[in-house]
Write a new protein. Structure first.
Lengths: 134, 316
């Protein structure tokens, strides 16, 4: 049987705008992925622990509250602690270009802004998993 | 691929448990190498099933029960199942939304699964996943089924003790008298009992249950809760513990495990046969035969006969 892509999706911290992430979660489900949806107000520890227990291939975060420079590096740090640094961490939301550049340079996967075609992100995830996961 | 050592399962290393579960889910050929070694632990924990209609509050109740078990110094494994799409094969697994406060507790392990086409309320691999959690030393394993209707009762083949969660709107007397999930409960929970009608459904259920004859004379209790606020949860927890103990003393637990074991063998035979049957040749044959069909006039059995031709020799 073909292995399913497992993706953990969450909104970290105090950020209640979850319309976007819900649209994406449904799109990824329709693309054949198993979406483990964690919902609102997740701490980095909660997100990484879920990704670990769920054997996720990808962690996808929605960040609309300008906390990205705190959240993403912290998650990378805990992923290393818990020995799951081979999981892809990606995100979307309102993230300035210069922050995207520095975060992507620090080991975060692609970060997308508003208006990105959904299929572009699906292709990126699918190709990454094909190339990098077992 | 990351290094995997099945022995890490025994020391509760989450990375290893997590990998092992995926291997089981994906029918990985490596599973055969370690499964027999972990199987011997599989009857140590008590397995609790939680089932009921969608939105009845199963996940919220499970979340509250996890807290009770932790306070009782028990470690808990949870297998939470949600439906996979029959069209895309994808799934939105949302049970974790209500179970997020245990991330720092190493004695709690929660795993979400898509049912991947299994229609009995579970996933085909749910029991094996339970075995892995058992080998990691969990005292309690909770299976949460997909939201069920009337007839998805595979949970009895996975659990020692089954809780059916209903809501005040769950139906009138005739609905409750029907066969199916009503028959599998060891304990009924009327959740959201702060809503109107909860006393009525509770009384109706009690009446019906007293009129039913069971082989061992056991009449399931009917309890009520408001899982979101925790009302009634402690009483439910105490009842679960007491009843499991009674089952253990009366030999009922052992009897159930034996029945489960037999049913599991049957299910595995079916799975094996299916795997052998749908080999590459037969998948091709199916495609060839069906692609030339342009009407539904012939009885489907005529195609089935063509596919089954010579299969008996193959199995031997």
């Amino acid at each position: 049987m073909e292995r399913k892509i497992r993706i953990v999706m969450a909104k970290p911290g105090l950020d209640g705008h979850d319309r976007g992430i819900k649209v994406l979660a449904s799109a990824y489900r329709d693309a054949g992925m198993e979406v483990i949806y964690l919902g609102l107000r997740q701490t980095p520890e909660m997100i990484v622990s879920a990704a670990l227990q769920e054997d996720a291939d990808v962690i996808a975060l929605s960040s609309l509250n300008n906390a990205h420079n705190t959240i993403f590096p912290r998650i990378i740090e805990i992923m290393k602690e818990k020995e799951i640094e081979d999981v892809l961490l990606i995100g979307g939301g309102i993230i300035p270009k210069k922050d995207i550049e520095s975060l992507e340079a620090s080991g975060v996967g692609k970060l997308y802004g508003p208006g990105t075609p959904v299929n572009e992100t699906i292709d990126y995830i699918t190709n990454w998993v094909k190339k990098n996961r077992r | 691929m990351k290094k995997f050592n099945y022995k890490d399962i025994f020391i509760n290393k989450h990375v290893a448990i997590s990998r092992a579960i995926s291997m089981v889910e994906n029918n990985d050929s490596q599973v055969a190498k370690f499964y027999d070694k972990i199987y011997k632990y599989s009857n140590e924990p008590v397995r609790i099933g939680v089932t009921g209609p969608p939105g009845a509050g199963k996940s919220t109740l499970v979340d509250k029960l996890i807290s009770c078990f932790i306070n009782d110094n028990k470690s808990v494994g949870v297998v939470a199942i949600d439906p996979s799409s029959p069209f895309s094969g994808g799934a939105l697994l949302g049970d974790r939304v209500r179970m997020s406060k245990y991330s720092e507790n190493n004695n709690v392990y929660i795993r979400s699964m898509g049912n991947r086409g299994d229609l009995g309320g579970l996933s085909r691999k749910a029991q094996e996943v339970g075995d892995i959690l058992a080998a990691s030393g969990k005292d309690i394993i909770i299976f949460e089924t997909v939201g069920v209707g009337q007839a998805e009762h595979d949970i009895v083949n996975a659990a020692d003790f089954t809780i059916v969660v209903l809501v005040p709107e769950s139906g009138d007397e005739v609905q409750l008298m029907k066969a199916g999930i009503i028959e599998i409960a060891d304990l009924f929970v009327i959740n959201k009992s702060d809503r109107p009608g909860s006393k009525r459904i509770e009384r109706t259920l009690v009446d019906i249950l007293h009129a039913v004859s069971t082989e061992d004379g056991f009449i399931p209790d009917v309890m009520s809760s408001v899982a979101t606020t925790g009302v009634g949860v402690k009483q439910i927890f105490d009842k679960i513990i007491r009843n499991i103990q009674l089952f253990d003393e009366s030999g009922q637990l052992e009897k159930r495990r034996l029945r489960r074991y037999k049913n599991r063998i049957k299910a595995l035979v079916v799975e094996k046969l299916e795997g052998i049957f749908w080999d590459l040749n037969r998948r091709r044959l199916f495609k060839n035969i069906t692609s030339s069909i342009d009407s539904v006039a012939n009885p489907p059995n005529s195609v089935v006969r063509k596919l089954l031709l010579n299969f008996d020799k193959e199995v031997k």
